[in-house]
Design a protein around this ligand. Sequence first.
Ligand code: HPA
Length: 276
Amino acid sequence: MGLFEVLEECAAAVRARAPEVKPRAGVILGSGLGAFADTFERKVVIPYSELPHFPCSSVPGHAGRLVLGDCGGEPVVAMQGRVHFYEGYPPWQVALPARVLCRLGIRSLVVTNAAGAISPNLAPGDLMAITDHVNLAGWNPLAGPNDERLGPRFPDMSKAYHPGLTETLAEAAGGLGIELKRGVYAILSGPSYETPAEIRALRVLGADAIGMSTVPEVIAAAHMGVKVAGISCITNLAAGIGDKPLTHEEVAETANRMRDVFCRLLGSFLPAAARA
Ligand code: HPA
């Protein structure tokens, strides 16, 4: 079975469970940020384990559920939790859930994550609109045969983070009085956190924030011609910038502290993204 057929089977399984919801926007909720989807109306919740081919997350803070419903009166779909390369999944499968959202017919995909601050302009508790990324994962989810029905062999990435949609995000933040920083997100494959020397190198390379996710999903969505906006929740200072050792507990704790502001921002932005 090829990727196209896998996607069709997966999307059909979702449609069978939620025939009433035809989502126009999707959101991938990163570490500790899943609670946002609990606020949807007309909610249909599908554990990833009940979907064919869907990879299941093993990371604490990633629930592993697809949630369809209405947000601000617009039909949307959310992923509560994602999988990562470091869990042992091959690159194409890391991007599969994002592709399924795209096959469900969304026009806009909002990707979110927890990230470490490299730029001195960022601090834990900040929200950052991702304006671009640096893929230092060492792999690409499009490696392997290309199916032209999904997208081109060599997709353009020069506006992967859609400027118009990112402006809509900035307007949503402005309307709520929420400060929104902007910056470039870099991915390393993890799961070890970076060394201070790696963070110094990343700063020279133009990265403002660092994480272990998001980029594969953005590449897949760009491949499929879906507009993307990205939000990083800055949960910690990157290695060597602060003096504390990095822990997943600190990341989860800060993400948890940011839950209210993050949910308010998405509650305004996601319906706008569905209309965009
Ligand atoms: N590095 C990598 N991934 C992360 C970080 C970090 O500092 N914070 C949250 N995810």
